[in-house]
Structures are given as structure tokens and as C-alpha cells.
Design a protein around this ligand. Structure first.
Ligand SMILES: Nc1nc2c(ncn2[C@@H]2O[C@H](COP(=O)(O)OP(=O)(O)OP(=O)(O)O)[C@@H](O)[C@H]2O)c(=O)[nH]1
Ligand SMILES: [Mg+2]
Length: 325
């Protein structure tokens, strides 16, 4: 009898979840059958994005926030995307990031993912892992990523609440922020509030936000919270701010709209990935692409007309022939 990954995961098997995630990472087609079965059981978890520059204290905060959330009896999943430094608590950084205390709590599942090597893109892979953890019964899923606005990790598209972690002492933080970065945060976290310049940074962010609210009124004005991650200070307040944002989303109808947009993007991305994979494999397997590249280099043809030809061929060939090619 075939091992039933879907039932195992729905019953909370972390081992089955880990295997399915590996298949997803490898773009192993066995994953899709189980993902399709799990899908109706997803959409329940609340997704928090923790982002910010390297070393801002994202892992430390994620660790403390997870423990805070556990106090409410909620189950937590953590996805660390390409962590450059290990989690706190003398944790090991290997294939999976482990946090000494957290890893002994069976209701917390931690998975780290390296950004390299995902043909389908990091956003798709992260979205897939979110769904597995969701099906596993996690109530809250925290995604830690470095930086924001990279297309490979579209945290804004995945998270319900995005927290941007800022730290004092990086010069004129607000000035140097890339355009648009202020807009992505639902909650600003001024971490390392034990350091000089934290109050000033907090005031700068608040000032900028009230200016923005004046120029472009919106229904949600981001909240600003100060934390000292290493000492677990301000973490409860951060969790409360996230819950306030969640209430706002749910009451204003934005929650539904956000999820609609996400489903739209995710569906498109899945089709894009599989379609591209099929075309790429077909072009590479029979050496056609190599020959075409030679022709292009020799000036016999150009990539634009080749592209148009390939696409129109794919649109007109019946399925059976495509599989044979
Ligand atoms: N002084 C002070 N240090 C902190 C605070 N929070 C974290 N740190 C320290 O900052 C360093 C980086 O913390 P991490 O939690 O690994 O930061 P990160 O943002 O996850 O780092 P990357 O994943 O490498 O981008 C560690 O040495 C932490 O102990 C804080 O509130 N105050
Ligand atoms: Mg980290």
C-alpha cells in the first residue's frame, strides 16, 4: 500500500512534511499529487513576514515571537529563507535551523531554505512550504527573509502581516531606504533598542509615517514598536501589534482581497513554472536549443523570431505530440 503523505501530514507528522518539502524543493512531481490533496485543508494559518537587513536581529525576534505566540496555545511554523546567521540559543545551522529550546517544542516546526537552486523561484517554493506547514496544523507561520523587494522572495505577496526590522546605528536609515520600502511594512520594529540612536530612529520612522499618512491617506497606518530581541523586551507588544493588524485586515475586508491576489499570483506562478519547465526540457533534450544558439551566434537567425516560433509551435501542438517530443 502506498504511504499516504496527505493523511500523515494532516495528522501532524513532521517527518512526512519534511519529505514532501524536499520533493517540492527538488521539483519532484510526486509532490503535486499530495499538494493537491492537502490544498483544501490549507488557508487557515496566519502568515507573518519578518524582514530587514542582515544582522538586524530577525532570527532572534522570530525565536522570541514564536515563544510568545506559543503562550497563547497556538502552533507555530518557522521558515527561514537563506539565513546567513544561525538562530539564537546556541543553535546549529545545518540543513535545518534549530533553536535549542524551540526545537524541543513539538508544536514548533522550523525549516530553513537556501535561496539557490530553485528553478521555480523562491517565492513559489516558500509558498509551497507555507501550505505544507498550514496543512500540518500550524496556526501561525513566520517567514524570515533578508531584505525586501527582491523578486525572488516576494514576502509582501506571501505574508498577511509584514514586519520590517530596523536597527539604530546604520547612518540615516530612513534616507537611505530604497523607495517603496516604507510601503511594504505593516509593522515597523525598531530592534536593538538598547543601542544608542534607537529613540531617534523610532521618532524618524513615526515622523515619516505621519507625513505619508497626510500625503496619501490609507486605512492602515503602520505601527512602530521598539524591541530588544536578545532580552525579550517588547516582544509581547510586537505580537499585539501584529494581532491589531490582523483585526484590521479582517474587519476591513482587506484580508479576503489579499488572499485573492495571492491565489491569483500563485496560480499563475505555478502554471508558469511547469510550462517553462516543459518547454525548457523539450528544447534541451533534442539539442534544438544548442543548434539555435549556434545559428544565432553565426548570424543566421535571431532569438526574437525563434521565441515566436517556439511559442506558436507549443500553442498549436496537441498534447500527445508534446509528450513524445
Ligand atoms: N544589542 C542587541 N543585540 C541584538 C539584539 N537582537 C539581536 N542582537 C544580536 O544581533 C546579532 C544578529 O542577530 P540575528 O538574530 O542573527 O540577526 P538576523 O537579522 O537574523 O541576521 P541574518 O539572518 O544574518 O540576516 C546577534 O549577535 C544577536 O545576538 C538586540 O535587541 N540588541
Ligand atoms: Mg537570521
Amino acid at each position: 500500500m502506498q504511504f499516504d503523505y496527505a493523511t500523515q501530514i494532516l495528522e501532524g507528522s513532521q517527518r512526512a512534511a519534511a519529505r514532501l518539502i524536499s520533493w517540492l524543493e527538488d521539483e519532484d512531481e510526486r509532490a503535486y499529487e499530495w499538494m493537491a490533496k492537502l490544498y483544501p485543508h490549507t488557508g487557515n494559518a496566519y502568515i507573518i513576514g519578518i524582514t530587514g537587513s542582515p544582522g538586524a536581529g530577525k532570527s532572534t525576534l522570530t525565536d522570541k515571537l514564536a515563544r510568545q505566540i506559543r503562550k497563547d496555545g497556538l502552533k507555530v511554523g518557522i521558515i527561514a529563507v537563506d539565513p546567513s546567521s544561525p538562530f539564537t540559543g546556541g543553535a546549529l545551522l545545518g540543513d535545518r535551523v534549530r533553536m535549542s529550546e524551540l526545537s524541543t517544542d513539538p508544536e514548533i516546526y522550523i525549516r530553513s531554505m537556501a535561496t539557490r537552486g530553485f528553478l521555480g523561484g523562491m517565492s513559489k517554493a516558500t509558498g509551497d512550504v507555507v501550505r505544507v506547514l498550514d496543512a500540518l496544523g500550524k496556526d501561525v507561520i513566520i517567514i524570515e527573509t533578508v531584505g525586501v523587494g527582491q523578486d525572488e522572495v516576494d514576502i509582501i505577496g506571501i505574508a498577511d502581516t509584514t514586519c520590517l526590522v530596523l536597527v539604530p546605528g546604520l547612518g540615516d536609515a530612513i534616507q537611505s531606504m530604497k523607495a517603496g520600502i516604507m510601503e511594504i511594512a505593516d509593522v515597523f520594529v525598531i530592534n536593538k533598542a538598547d543601542k544608542l540612536g534607537a529613540d531617534q530612529l523610532s521618532a524618524e520612522v513615526c515622523g515619516r509615517l505621519s507625513m505619508d499618512a497626510h500625503i496619501k491617506p490609507s486605512d492602515w497606518t503602520p505601527l512602530v514598536r521598539s524591541t530588544v530581541g536578545v532580552e525579550d523586551i517588547g516582544v509581547l507588544e510586537l505580537w499585539e501589534a501584529i494581532r491589531l493588524h490582523r483585526e484590521f485586515l479582517e474587519q476591513s475586508g482587506s484580508f479576503h482581497e489579499k488572499r485573492r491576489q495571492r491565489t491569483y499570483q500563485e496560480t499563475l506562478r505555478m502554471i508558469h513554472t511547469e510550462l517553462f519547465k516543459a518547454v525548457r526540457e523539450a528544447l534541451q533534450s533534442n539539442g534544438r536549443l544548442d543548434r539555435a544558439v549556434e545559428d544565432i551566434l553565426e548570424g543566421k537567425r535571431d532569438p526574437y523570431s525563434l521565441m515566436q516560433k517556439v511559442v506558436s509551435e507549443w500553442l498549436s501542438i496537441p498534447q500527445a505530440q508534446k509528450e513524445a517530443s
